[in-house]
Structures are given as C-alpha cells and as structure tokens.
Design a binder for this molecule. Structure first.
Ligand SMILES: Nc1ncnc2c1ncn2[C@@H]1O[C@H](COP(=O)(O)OP(=O)(O)OP(=O)(O)O)[C@@H](O)[C@H]1O
Length: 669
C-alpha cells in the first residue's frame, strides 16, 4: 500500500482533476498512490470512504513522505494478449475491485500522444497508464466499475442551459442537450457562434440568454445558472451604455475645447437645423481632462454673445440637481470650431434618445426591441407628467422656467425615465428679449400639455389639430388624463372651483396647484419606483455574490503556478526551511493547482473540455465556505490522487496568498 505522494520529486507534469461527482471517489479510485491529505495532515484520522489506514502519523512525517524522491516508481501493468490487465498485489490491496477493472484498448495509431487526456473517464481500479500505453480508449462505459448515471451526467453536457446547470448543482441526471458554447464549429454550437474564430469587437449580449423555458418545480436549494447573474435585460442595457460611453472616433478632426477632448458627435442626422434655438446646434460626447468624466457638450454654431451677463444666466441652473433635469455644468463660448460657438456642458447619459425618437420615429427602434404598438399606455403618460412636474417644481422653485419642453429636447435615459435636456439654453440665447419668468413658467405648463397631447396621439403635430387630437384622447384615455391635459393647455389661470375633486383646476395656475391636483398619480408613480428600486437592490445583492467569487478567483490565480517563487526564493516571514517545497510543482500547494484543474479544466470521457458553469460555481462557493466535504483531486498524469476537504484547500489558499503578499513586500513592491 502506498500512502506517499508517489510522483517523483521535480515532476513537472500538470495536475489534472478528475471531475467525479462527489461521493463516488472511493468507488472509482483507480490510482495506486493515494494521500488522504486533509485527514492525515490536520486531523490524523482515518479515511472511511477509502478504508485506507492513514499511515502518516505526524505532520513532518507526512510532508517527508509526500515529497520523498525515493518514493517507489510506478510499474505499469502488462496487458495480457487478450487486452485484459492483471492487477498487482499492491493494486489489489487498494481496491478489491481492481481485478474487475474495465478493459481498455490502446489506440495504437495515437500512441505518440504523450499524456492521455482521459481525466473524466470513469476510472477502473487498475494502473493502466504506464509508459507502454500512452493513450487508451475505454471500450465501454457500461462496465462493472462504471457508474452509468455518472457517465450520463458528465457526458454531452450543455453546461449553460438551465437544465444542465441544475444537474451539476444537484447531481440529478439530466438528458444531454446542445451546448451553444461549444467551440466546435462542426457541432451544433456553431449556429450560435458562426464567426467564433473572428475577432469579436462587441460583447456577446446573448451570452447567458435563457435557452428554452425556465424549469418549474425546483426545490428550494436548486438554482439555475441565471439565478447567479443580473437579469439579462439590465446586463445588456448596462453593457450597451458602457460600450457607447467608451466610443471614440479615430482620426477625428473635432477640436479639443478647454479641458474637453475626444469629442464624439451624438447627433443622429448631419442636417443643420436652426430650430428650436435659432442656431444650428450639435451635441458631442467629450471627456474632461480635469476629472476624466464624460460630458455632453451642446454647441450652438455661430452664436454671438452680446452681453457677458447673458452667459451668466446659466449659473443658477448649475444648482438645479433634479432627477428630471439633465444637470448643467458650465457655459462658455469658443472659437475652436472656427466660428464663435456657444458651448453648454451637461451630464452625459449614454445610450439615451429623445422622446421624439421614441414616439415619433417608430421604425428607429433600438436593436433587439420589439416595435412598440402605436398606443402609448396611460401609465407611461402619467409617468412623464409626474417626472416633468417634479422637474418643474425644482425649476420654478428656483425662480427659473424650463422655457423649452419639446419631444426632441427631453431625454429618455432608461425605460420610461425622462429628463429635460435643453435647460439654460433659451435663457442665454433669448437673454435680451426673454419672456418674464412668470409668463415663461405659465408657458411651461402649456408646453407640457402639448407634449402629452402629441405623444398620446403619436404625432409631433397633434397640437395643430386640437379638436381631432382631443377626440382621440377622449376615446382612448380616461377623463382624468383629458382634464389634466386641458388644464395644462389652458393658457389663462382658471377661475371658479375645480370641475371635479381630482381635476387639477384651481384659482392659480402654478406648479404647487398642479402637483396637488395630480397627487394620486404621484403616489402611484412613486410606488412603482419603490418596487423598481427593490428589484434593483435585489439584483445588486446577486452581483455582490459575483464579486465575492471574483475575489476568490483572483486569489486562486495569483497563487497558482508561480515559478518565480520556486526553488531559489526564500520569502520574508516564511519559516519554511525549503521554500522550493512550498511553491514547486510537487510542493505543498500542489493541491491548489489541482483544485484549479478540478474546478475549471474538466474534460469529458473523450477528453473534450467540459464547460459546466454550475460545477465551477459549486466548487468556488464550497471553497469560499470552507466546507468539510472532501474532493478527490487527480494529477493530470492520473498517477496521484489527493483527497482534500474544501476547508484544507481554503486554508492552503489563504496561507499561500499571505506568503505571496509577504514576498511582494520583501521585493519592495
Ligand atoms: N446629455 C446627453 N447625453 C447623452 N446623449 C444625448 C444628450 N443630449 C442629447 N443626446 C443625444 O443626442 C441626440 C441629439 O440631441 P439633440 O438635442 O440635438 O436633439 P435632435 O434630435 O438632434 O433634435 P434637433 O432636431 O432639435 O436637433 C439625442 O437624440 C440623444 O440621443
């Protein structure tokens, strides 16, 4: 019986883990040299599952034996002429099932392959990987030593479909399915990656898109792969925003303006249009050299500043910090474009579009979205009214007026989330002949009424046919909405009492009266916002789990395979007399490497990579929790099995990481 780590010292072979389902290590153990690693080293108890006495009584003895260069060399079994192998006495001592080992037939035509890639084959308790037999293909997986359920679980995986993820996590058998992530262009997966060899310039938004219906009737502890990630819609939206925000134009001729560089034009059409400011206007995304943030720069071409005080009228707008207003940062003039331009710097909201684009250009939908039906739900309209009312409260409350509430100057920055986008511009360009503030504020209500009327009618010119448009409102929406629109469109302050208790008609036509009139709508919009916030908080919680696993991954990858820390380097603060034994291939941290293989580098019975997300998450979560559950780690040459608990791996990982930090400090980094 061999209890030592049988691999010769200095062996540079890569470790490979056998991805056997838990609980079946003992039954399927096929390697001669077994170290009951966790038990021997830390608990000094016996491994019940293998029925092997743990011969190593002390830690030092254990270490000595495991790394003993004099460990007995392997003697490959000699196949009988009929292809069967006769287990040696030593093998028999390890497992009585060895004699019944499944028969393996060498693939003679591939005998030049040096390392067989058969980690995931259901192992037989025979030593079948001697030098004479470079690679074997089992004739059958249904032999006496093979757990047939295991072979079905690990072959033909579709690791990213929900079913297989569940099977990996729960250990339940699931039928084989298509693996859309397989890199094999000849397989069915090629349909998902038609150009998988080509360089991919944009993220694959569909990476975790659910395939098929979601399974029902899951038990409380069962999870699908999608339970571990943020919803696809949010992920796709955020990825698009990040992608758009990073966009730059190579060889751009656009100038650098003050601290703003990397200008990128956001206008959807190159046509010059003097409406609504009286100047052709352009909008650019730009990066500030001062704070590295991205801003939107609105430029009014050929603007001539007649008075210094005109541009100062943008100052009070900087203090309007409202969720319904695109925040203004600064205003200045520049000649960088070759003319005299007015520049207004505002917040940049990536991947947003105007309400005009959303409601009046139905063919220009964002990629992947269904064409919206022409009828705009009343709840959406109330959402717009409430958000703009809230913005007007902040604006009017500061003694200002929005002055421009039009579909092309309202940004849709998320689903049903809008912001007034051209504030302060009119204050500057109409400085000399601007309407008095009260009049401009009253006009804000009229513009809001017109906006809602046009959107409800799905027409940018609906206000030009008032009667027809109001008739449509009467037919398609509630009387409440109609009354609200009428109140807004009425230019004169109404007199008398409200026509109904809910009608926002009052003596004075100001923002407070309006807010009071639509208070119930505020309550319902506020409630749906709270629900949305709760959902986002839950999503954030899920991402928290992801970041936990990322940190674990970072540690694992930092300590694994550090040849520069091998042999020669004595790490500061490390008492180890022989540092090479710690970091070397056969060192104490060898099992960390094998664990990495076990978690990430699984292969199936045919040596094909198994990309089972459920298994990876399972391993990482158990490692993070430091479970006592045992895992059989098998070297890539399949000559060594280490049975360790997740707790041992976690402890080893932590201590290796601390050593690494000490080594880093020692080198003055
Ligand atoms: N602050 C901003 N952040 C991000 N994108 C913006 C911002 N402002 C505008 N955009 C984008 O630029 C586009 C053009 O905006 P702009 O205000 O010039 O409207 P427009 O549709 O071109 O109207 P007009 O016909 O008046 O020129 C918007 O549709 C939007 O996609």
């Amino acid at each position: 019986m061999a209890t030592t780590f049988g691999s010769p010292s200095g062996d540079s072979r890569r470790g490979v883990a056998s991805p056997r389902p838990k609980g079946r290590e003992a039954k399927n153990t096929f390697c001669r040299n077994v170290t009951i690693y966790g038990h021997c080293r830390y608990e000094n108890s016996k491994c019940r599952s293998l029925h092997l006495p743990t011969a190593l009584s002390s830690q030092s003895e254990n270490a000595k034996k495991r790394f003993n260069v004099d460990s007995p060399a392997f003697t490959p079994l000699q196949p009988a002429p009929n292809g069967s192998v006769t287990p040696s006495a030593r093998n028999a001592a390890i497992s009585p099932k060895a004699a019944n080992a499944a028969v393996f037939t060498p693939k003679s035509q591939r005998s030049t392959v040096s390392t067989p890639n058969l980690h995931n084959k259901e192992p037989a308790a025979v030593d079948w990987h001697g030098p004479e037999f470079q690679e074997f293909v089992p004739e059958s997986f249904g032999g006496p030593m093979v757990d047939s359920s295991a072979s079905t679980t690990f072959s033909g995986y579709d690791p990213y479909t929900t079913n297989s993820s569940i099977s990996a996590i729960t250990g339940q058998h699931q039928p084989a399915a298509i693996n859309p992530y397989a890199q094999d262009s000849s397989g069915l997966g090629s349909g998902y990656y038609p150009n998988h060899n080509a360089f991919q310039t944009s993220p694959a938004y569909h990476l975790y898109w659910p395939v098929g219906p979601q399974p029902t009737g899951l038990l409380a502890y069962q999870r699908t792969a999608h339970d571990f990630f943020i919803p696809d819609v949010i992920r796709e939206d955020l990825q698009k925003k990040a992608e758009v925000a990073r966009q730059v134009l190579p060889n751009t001729t656009l100038p650098v303006i003050e601290q703003y560089h990397s200008l990128f034009c956001l206008d959807t059409t190159p046509q010059k249009n003097n409406a609504p400011f009286g100047y052709a206007s352009w909008i650019y995304k730009a990066t500030s050299g001062k704070d590295g943030k991205t801003y939107a720069l609105r430029r009014l071409e050929n603007f001539r500043l007649t008075s210094e005080t005109a541009i100062r009228s943008a100052q009070p707008w900087k203090r309007i910090l409202n969720g319904g207003v695109v925040t203004i940062h600064e205003a200045f003039t520049t000649r960088a474009f070759g003319d005299s331009s007015l520049i207004l710097v505002t917040d940049y909201h990536p991947n947003s579009k105007s309400l005009a684009d959303e409601h009046f250009k139905p063919m220009q939908r964002f990629h992947g979205r269904q064409a919206a039906s022409s009828h705009v739900p009343e709840q959406v309209l109330w959402g717009y009214i409430v958000q703009i009312a809230s913005a007007l409260k902040a604006i009017h409350g500061s003694g200002l007026a929005a002055r421009l509430i039009s579909p092309s100057k309202i940004l849709l920055t998320a689903k049903n989330r809008i912001r007034l986008n051209a504030c302060a511009v009119m204050d500057i360009v109409q400085f000399e002949n601007a309407k008095p503030v009260p009049e401009a504020q009253a006009d804000d209500f009229v513009q809001l009424g017109r906006l809602i009327l046009c959107i409800a009618n799905n027409s940018a010119t609906a206000h030009l046919q008032m009667q027809k448009s109001m008739d449509y409102i009467t037919r398609s929406y509630t009387a409440r909405l109609k009354e609200c629109i009428q109140w807004l469109l009425n230019p004169q302050p109404a007199t008398g009492t409200p026509s109904s208790p809910t009608t926002p008609v009052a003596m004075q036509k100001d923002i407070d009266t309006f807010l009071a009139g639509i208070a119930d709508q505020f309550a319902s919009v506020f409630d749906s916002e709270l629900h949305a916030q709760d959902t986002l908080t839950n999503t954030l919680g899920r991402e928290l789990e992801s970041s936990r696993l990322v940190r674990l991954l970072v540690k694992l990858n930092m300590v694994n395979e550090r040849p520069e820390l091998d042999a020669s380097q004595q790490m500061p603060g490390n008492n180890t007399t022989n540092p090479s034994s710690v970091w070397a291939e056969t060192g104490e941290r060898y099992y960390l490497k094998l664990f990495r293989d076990y978690a990430f580098h699984q292969v199936d019975a045919n040596g094909h990579p198994v990309t089972d997300l459920g298994h990876v998450l399972d391993c990482l979560n158990k490692l993070d929790a430091g479970l006592d559950e045992k895992v059989a780690l098998i070297s890539r040459d399949e000559q060594n099995v280490l049975i360790v608990s997740y707790r041992e791996v976690k402890r080893g990982l932590e201590s290796a990481f601390q050593d690494l930090i000490r080594a880093g400090r020692g080198s003055g980094k």
